[in-house]
Design a protein around this ligand. Structure first.
Ligand code: AMP
Length: 505
């Protein structure tokens, strides 16, 4: 284990049941994020563009956000301004809903300017207040400042306490607003926005991929561990920052490179500048991006997501072989690993489910009953393909077990003679402090049941998870954070503290 990884102790893991504590404080039991005091959920996508030649950027942001829609379907927003226009003049539109629901031709025309940023947001119950939609745009000493954030700070409560003691007021419950506040405060004393960004970043602990827009500049910043992805692209003279490379392809831009962990890139009419003073040389990229979050056609930190999922499927076939007639995957994120399993095992790969793409992700449905019906609405079985066959069913992860239990049953109802479940990640057992939405530890099936118990609960004929040791191999040795699987986190997580003045919704 690298020296910098912190192993959460059992004692701490116990005290970490603050999720329940914070919920009971708020009286919102059953809505796990209602008042998760140190954690405003941020599983999001960010996009930014500066066109020094003066073209309007709103449409490009729209397409970029559409390509990043898988990272957040709850709310989205765009802020634009013109680098040659009056300082402090900005245009902002944000709302709950998908990119295609919030923005239309007219609304894009009302967002003029050659500089802009956008955001798609995923949050669970407590974070879904309309004012939490991003980007966050504020007026400050130098005019306009806007920011879009993907990630989750672990020291938000401390930062907020410091600010409110000095008279700050907040309009949102996001940690992103805390960042904006510090930026504005630092900017009073610094010569440049980039100095203010660095001074602010030194106070932050946790994960962040940020795009920041000042009157003249577009800035990208990645936390020193590189937990969340951010890349840089170019189209003609225009510079682009995006959470994933798939968003660059969507706007016809060329991928230049990933923003490095701990790197700040400053894009302006002068070109690209880079500052690496936050770098520590200790990286920990979120493995769950490769397992589930990121789009299949993206390349993150030099690794194709597709290749990583194929490699996971291959490793799974080696560690958990089985005699079968057909390998299939749970659409969409289980399919590449299923393909990898098939390639390695020599068992034919095929589709066993039809996915209705117009239904949202079942995982985010609030109640168990709704989640169960969500699975049936979303997926139906191709009965003729599975009848009488021994099936290997591959998915990227099991969280509560709802999806898999339903799918095994559906395959058996359709006449499959055996169903062998294979999961292309290790058992999901621990919280994520950096932005991945994980139910409470008690809800995670891998904490509630033994391997045999899970297999029986799923109604499967056998069950195999990817070995923890296979994770680095999946991403060709890239340094990773796999805390949700092994309880090792790249930084110390402060004990949770209540926020000073609000209580969720
Ligand atoms: P469950 O039905 O609760 O076992 O959830 C497992 C399903 O949720 C799998 O098909 C995963 O692809 C998906 N999933 C895993 N983690 C997440 C997450 N953090 N957010 C949304 N979906 C997820």
């Amino acid at each position: 284990m690298p020296a910098f990884l912190f192993l959460r102790t059992a004692a701490f893991a116990g005290s970490r049941n603050h999720k329940a504590d914070s919920l009971s404080v708020c009286g919102r039991f059953g809505q796990k994020e209602a008042c998760n005091m140190d954690k405003a959920k941020e599983e999001c996508g960010v996009f930014g563009i500066l066109d020094p030649e003066g073209g309007s950027v709103a449409h490009s942001i729209y397409y970029g956000l559409t390509a990043l829609q898988h990272r957040g379907q709850e709310a989205c927003g765009i802020v634009t301004s013109d680098t040659s226009g009056p300082v402090g003049n900005y245009h902002c539109r944000k709302n709950a809903g998908l990119v295609s629901e919030v923005f239309h031709e007219n609304s894009l025309e009302s967002l003029p300017g050659n500089l802009g940023i956008g955001h798609v947001r995923y949050s669970t119950t407590g974070g879904s207040r309309p004012e939490n939609a991003q980007p966050l745009a504020i007026s400050y000493i130098k005019g306009t400042l806007a920011l879009a954030h993907n990630g989750n700070l672990v020291n938000t409560a401390d930062l907020k306490w410091e600010l409110v003691r000095n008279g700050a007021v907040f309009h949102t419950t996001t940690d992103s607003e805390v960042i904006a506040f510090y930026l504005a405060r630092e900017r009073v004393h610094t010569q440049t926005i980039q100095e203010a960004v660095l001074a602010t970043a030194r106070k932050l602990s946790g994960s962040y991929a940020l795009v920041i827009m000042s009157p003249q500049k577009l800035i990208g910043l990645r936390d020193p561990y590189g937990l969340k992805p951010l890349c840089l692209g170019k189209r003609g003279q225009a510079y682009i920052l995006a959470s994933e490379s798939c968003a660059l392809s969507a706007v016809d831009a060329e991928f230049i490179r990933d923003v490095e962990p701990g790197e700040m890139v400053i894009l302006s009419e002068k070109g690209i500048e880079s500052n690496r003073s936050l770098q520590t040389g200790r990286c920990a990229h979120c493995i769950f991006e490769y397992i589930y979050f990121a789009r299949l056609d993206s390349r993150l930190d030099g690794i194709n997501v597709y290749d990583a999922r194929i490699a996971a499927g291959r490793a799974l076939a080696r560690s958990h072989p089985i005699a079968a007639d057909l390998v299939t995957g749970v659409p969409e994120s289980g399919l590449p690993a299923a393909k990898g399993f098939a390639l390695e095992s020599g068992i034919p790969f095929g589709f066993a489910f039809y996915k209705n793409s117009y239904i949202g992700r079942t995982f985010i449905k609030p109640s168990q009953a709704e989640r169960e019906s969500g699975v049936h609405l979303k997926l139906s079985v191709l009965a003729a393909t599975v009848k009488g066959k021994r099936i290997v069913l591959v998915d990227d992860s099991i969280v509560r077990g709802t999806t898999m239990k339903n799918l095994v049953q559906m395959l058996k109802d359709a006449g499959a003679s055996e169903v062998h479940v294979r999961i292309s990640s290790p058992p999901f057992r621990h919280p994520c402090y950096f932005g991945t939405d994980v139910p409470s530890e008690e809800e995670l099936i891998a904490n509630r049941l033994s391997m045999d118990g899970i297999c029986r609960m799923l109604g499967a004929d056998s069950l195999g998870y990817l070995d923890l040791k296979a994770l680095p191999e999946m991403v060709k040795g890239l340094p990773i954070c796999s805390g949700c699987f092994d309880n090792n986190y790249p930084m110390e997580i402060p004990e949770p503290k209540p926020f000073p003045f609000w209580c969720g919704e």
